[in-house]
Design a protein around this ligand. Structure first.
Ligand code: PHE
Length: 513
């Protein structure tokens, strides 16, 4: 048997001498045998992928003898068998013929009569001619040798008699390709570091990719992003403007100091906050006067406050960190709002929101990660009250499909009063904390330069918890991080905040932060 290497060599040398192979059927191995079709296809594909050859398919019909047809070609037609069984002198008894020839006797008799080769004589058959030409056998042999027959009518007849069947034959016309050569160059399958280092990648030929299969599915939104989209829609419906949150690294100044969070506050400890090592600090600060006002209000008060009474240090405010809350962005935006008010001479009310990632140096467990997303809203207007905050929270959470919320007094360094927001979760059968809110302190707003009658209400909530509730996940690591199951992302439905999605009613231990 010819190996595929033999066939490769045969094709290449034939092309080299003849320039083209009109039909691969003409190829014969050294011992004169035809080459199996599949072997030819394999070699042609391999050579074509290296651009050493090109080929086109030749398709044609061929006629092939069936098993019965082959028997006729080998040992004659039924009618000839009948004729031969009839003794030229004494004939043959009909019963005897059946015994001798079996099935052929019956089929062959009719034809032999029709051909006037034999006739009946009592209960015997006798010959009517001396010799016959077995045309059926000759036809079968012609088909076997040429794959067809010179008379279409005969072909049709033999097909009807199931002596012959039509088959499609595929062969190829082969020509030289742009990289034709008698030698097969070994193609590299990978680009290696060595090739890059020694420059051999420039001359190396690479095996082409021949990926087959289904194109990969893509473009599924992660559940967190689905819920984020819903929150964004609510904010946009309510006329909010999205804050630019594209800075994960922030100075301590915007994350803490501007928010009237004292420099000794435990949250500013490395146990709670990720501080940067390189660069560790930044002195890109807004105007010096504002920084001075922040220093003053922390150190000895102002705007009706007695401050914290400690020595505020710029070095502490310069420390860079991964923002621990999106309120760092809110403080920055409120400062800008104060600047714009000053420049234009009048205050313009504002509604801002943001949804983005924050970082906390926490121990990771089923409900906590060191990074998560916050949803934050800020409304600045003259003479807002706590009643406005409560009323707005009711509208906001109602739109999220959370109709009955409760408030609990809380503490934040930057808001007074502050309230935690709770809702009753029917699946978990308990009140779960949804978020935190409050009115920003005058120590923060007035130091920025906002008028004393400008009040700012604000609230923040996590994105992960509502997402886990909506999608019935009970481990945050199934939602974020390297353990996330891609199927989970593909198979989850779109989020409907205003509709129960079924899954959210399962998993009693789902969220217990
Ligand atoms: N920054 C707060 C937190 O991280 C949320 C909050 C935002 C609270 C705005 C009050 C006002 O939990």
């Amino acid at each position: 048997m010819a190996t595929s290497e033999d066939i490769q060599t045969l094709i290449l040398t034939t092309l080299d001498t003849q320039g083209v192979i009109e039909n691969t059927d003409s190829l014969k191995t050294a011992d004169g045998n035809a080459i199996p079709y599949l072997a030819v296809v394999g070699v042609l594909n391999s050579l074509a992928s290296k651009e050493m050859i090109t080929y086109t398919t030749i398709e044609r019909d061929q006629f092939k003898l069936t098993q019965e047809g082959n028997e006729i070609a080998d040992s004659g037609s039924h009618e000839a068998k009948v004729f031969n069984a009839v003794n030229p002198v004494s004939g043959i008894a009909i019963a005897e013929l059946a015994k001798l020839l079996g099935a052929s006797a019956k089929i062959g008799q009719g034809k032999a009569f029709k051909n006037k080769w034999i006739k009946k004589d009592g209960d015997k058959l006798v010959r009517e001619v001396e010799s016959i030409i077995d045309q059926t056998q000759l036809d079968a042999l012609e088909i076997r040798n040429t794959g067809t027959h010179s008379k279409p009518a005969t072909l049709k007849d033999l097909q009807a008699r199931k002596h012959v069947e039509k088959v499609k034959l595929i062969s190829y016309k082969v020509a030289k390709g742009p990289k034709f050569s008698l030698k097969i160059e070994k193609q590299a399958t990978d680009l290696t570091a060595e090739m890059l280092a020694d420059g051999s990648w420039k001359t190396q030929t690479f095996k082409k990719y021949n990926f087959a299969g289904n194109p990969p599915e893509g473009g599924h939104l992660h559940p967190l992003m689905k819920v984020r989209e819903e929150f964004r829609k609510i904010f946009f419906e309510l006329g909010f403007e999205e804050m630019p949150t594209n800075k994960y690294v922030e100075s301590s100044f915007w994350n803490f100091d501007a928010l009237f969070q004292p420099q000794q506050h435990p949250a500013r400890d490395a146990h709670d906050t990720f501080f940067l090592l390189d660069p560790a600090t930044s002195n890109h600060f807004p105007d010096k006067e504002y920084v001075q006002r922040v220093k003053d209000v922390h150190s000895h008060g102002g705007y009706g406050s007695i401050g914290y009474g400690y020595d505020w240090k710029i070095e502490e405010a310069e420390k860079l960190l991964l923002r621990t809350h999106t309120t760092s962005v809110s403080s920055n935006m409120l400062y800008r709002l104060a600047q714009e008010s000053k420049a234009s001479g009048s205050f313009k009310p504002a509604k801002f929101f943001s949804i983005d990632r924050v970082y906390r140096n926490e121990t990771v467990d089923a409900t906590h990660l060191a990074e998560f997303h916050q949803v934050e809203g800020v409304i600045a207007d003259k003479n807002l009250t706590l009643g406005d905050l409560i009323g707005f929270m009711e509208i906001f959470f109602e739109k999220m499909g959370v109709p009955n919320i409760k408030f609990k007094p809380a503490f934040n360094p930057y808001t007074e009063p502050s309230m935690e927001i709770f809702s009753w979760h029917p699946g978990l059968e308990k009140w779960v904390e949804l978020g935190n809110s409050g009115m920003f302190r005058p120590e923060m707003l007035e130091a920025m330069g906002l008028d004393p009658d400008v009040r700012v209400i604000a609230w923040g909530l996590g994105l992960e918890r509502p997402t886990m509730i909506k999608y019935g996940l009970d481990n945050i690591r199934e939602l974020l991080g390297h353990k996330v199951d891609l199927d989970m992302i593909q198979s989850n439905p779109a989020c409907r905040l205003d509709k129960k999605m079924g899954k959210e009613l399962v998993g009693k231990d789902a969220v217990d932060a």
